[in-house]
Ligand binder design. Structure first.
Ligand code: NAP
Length: 546
């Protein structure tokens, strides 16, 4: 049985609070949480900063934005009716189709009526006496609820470079993660793209099709591999649909919920010929297979990782005609797969086009933005459009941007100085009645699969609490400490944790994010779920419930 708290003042009755639960964000997480909490008969309100649903897929409407995971593995799995009626148009669908899908879901399940759009949450404070949260919106209005659920995404706080003069530029400019709804006309224009992560790569290969001239400003290159996208004809969609039960079962079993299974063989347990044939096969295969379906030691064994990196480097050399450009595009500061692998379609071939040039910022850094374009250490470049594909203050950034204060007024940002600490990625001690969907140290990977799991876990806890008239649910410091130890244990030996990237908490554009931390849970999703299930099955005994 859950541990009771000491006697204290009577909590504010639920009926006097505006809502039972407030959800922040109407993306894939927030929409599903709303659906599940309504089933409990709770009064729920979603506050969403945008004017539409979709979250990531609402904001990231930059040219070329699309799924990097197979569409049919990346939608919701909870409703057979939805699975039956929705046909995906492409193996890796583009943003417009995904946004349509999100709106279809919102309409089908009548979600809009409980979502308040253009409502950015700027503060959330816990009231210890009343055992409730008070939420403040950008318009200063305040709303109370017993429970607060963050569905704010882990890559949703866009970051701009700290260049002088950004506002001086006279032409249109935008960050990929805040792309204007009306788009930006770049056909025939001189365009700069800064950044070559997953967003930059997608944008570059699309913009290069019609820009007058595209100049790519690359700081550190990434290892990119082919997506192998294509349309899904009706008959194939029927086959995919018939295979949904198997597909989702597979996602439940794999380490990061993808449809790709890690090969149980070690890299050196096969002959050189077999190894190369296997990698060729993966390179020719769809999506993340080459990353998530590689030899079991490729991301832990240095020699294996070096050979794999050499294999991909040769592919880049084969695809890029100018050897100097090819070398600039080959990473030399990290091995294959130790940062998130951008997925591409003719990305490397773009650099063979006469309307595309590459500026290596390692050789020629940007000094400032000027009215007419970009000034580097060597010269001024004139542009009509500048695209910032410069990433996000990941994992904790979207929390940092809200003034979240828990019991005793502790700011969450302060509590997470030096790196986040959570209980199973879902809760934080001293922040009672607050739950995070895809919070730090929850299982990542094929996110919608993890989201569905997180949402249902939270739903179960809220059902447990409301059925028993419990008004407080809080992780204990011991529970957080134990989970943290487990997270650190699981991070050991992974080459990716030795590399600077958003996955190790680094963002050179953000004050205080220059030191590597373990912001990601690196164990497997099945292990993660087993641990969460254990907590629920033991009636949340590891928590304060009162
Ligand atoms: P990112 O991977 O962090 O890449 C940001 C890029 O901008 C990097 O190339 C970085 O260079 C560069 N950059 C940042 N600040 C800079 C500065 N001041 N000067 C010069 N260059 C600068 O961000 P992202 O591409 O937006 O992707 C983030 C994550 O979002 C991905 O890893 C992925 O998980 C997710 N995503 C998913 C999809 C999808 O599934 N379809 C698509 C896009 C993104 P350095 O490497 O040198 O720092």
């Amino acid at each position: 049985m859950a541990m009771p708290r000491e006697e204290g003042p009577t909590p504010q009755p639920s009926s006097t609070l505006d809502y039972d639960a407030i959800i922040v964000g109407a993306g894939i997480s927030g929409m599903y949480q709303l659906y599940r909490l309504r089933e409990l008969g709770l009064r729920v309100r979603v506050f969403e900063a945008g004017t539409g649903v979709g979250g990531t897929w609402y904001w990231n409407r930059y040219p070329g934005a699309r799924f990097d995971s197979e569409s049919y593995s990346y939608g919701y799995s909870f409703s057979q009716e939805l699975l039956d009626e929705w046909d995906w148009g492409e193996h890796f669908s583009g943003q417009p189709e995904i946004e349509r899908y999100c709106n279809h879901v919102a309409a089908k399940f009548d979600l809009y009526r409980d979502i308040q759009f253009s409502a950015r949450v700027i503060a959330a404070h816990f009231n210890e006496v009343g055992r409730h949260w008070t939420i403040t919106l950008g318009d200063r209005s305040q709303h109370t609820a017993r429970f607060l659920i963050s569905a704010i995404g882990l890559l949703s706080a866009p970051t701009m470079p700290r260049f002088d003069g950004i506002e001086d530029f006279r032409g249109p400019w935008a960050h990929t993660g805040l792309w204007p709804k009306g788009g930006i006309d770049y056909d025939g224009k001189r365009v700069a793209v800064i950044g070559t992560g997953a967003s930059g790569v997608q944008a570059i290969q699309e913009i290069a099709k019609t820009a007058g001239h595209l100049t790519v400003f690359q700081r550190r290159p990434n290892w990119c591999t082919p997506l192998h996208n294509g349309p899904i004809p009706k008959e194939e969609m029927d086959e995919i649909r018939a295979g949904y039960p198997k597909l989702f079962e597979l996602c439940r079993q794999t380490a990061a919920c993808f449809v790709h299974t890690i090969d149980p063989r070690g890299t050196f347990e096969v002959s050189d010929e077999e190894r190369i044939a296997f990698w060729e096969d993966r390179y020719a295969g769809k999506g993340f297979g080459i990353w998530q379906g590689n030899f079991r030691d490729m991301l832990t064994d240095r020699e294996s990782n070096r050979l794999m990196s050499d294999f991909v480097a040769d592919k880049i050399r084969q695809r890029v005609k100018d050897p100097k450009i090819a070398e600039l595009l080959i990473p030399n500061d990290h091995g294959f797969g130790t940062r998130r692998v951008p997925q591409e379609t003719n990305y490397y071939e773009v650099y063979n086009q006469t309307n595309v040039s590459l500026v290596s910022m390692l050789e020629e850094p940007i000094e400032r933005i000027i009215e007419t374009g970009i000034r580097t250490s060597s010269r001024d470049y004139e542009f009509d459009v500048i695209v910032y594909a410069t990433g996000f203050d990941a994992v904790t950034g979207s929390f940092d941007r809200i003034d979240i204060k828990g019991a005793g007024g502790t700011p969450l940002k302060e509590k997470w100085t030096g790196g986040p600490r959570t209980f199973i990625g879902l809760m934080v001690d001293e922040f009672p009645n607050m739950f995070m969907i895809m919070g730090p140290h929850a299982a990542l990977g094929n996110n919608p699969r993890s989201i569905e799991y997180n949402v249902e876990w939270i739903r179960d806890l809220l059902r447990y609490a409301t059925e028993r008239d419990l008004t407080l649910a809080e992780a204990t410091p011991d529970a957080v400490e134990n989970w943290h130890k487990f997270v650190l244990e699981k991070a050991e030996g992974l080459l990716s944790n030795e590399i600077d990237s958003w996955m190790t908490g680094i963002n050179l554009n953000v004050e205080g994010k220059q030191t590597r931390t373990i912001v990601r849970y690196s164990g497997t999703a099945p292990e993660y779920r087993a641990r969460c299930d254990e907590v629920a099955e033991a009636d949340y005994a590891e928590m304060h419930m009162d």
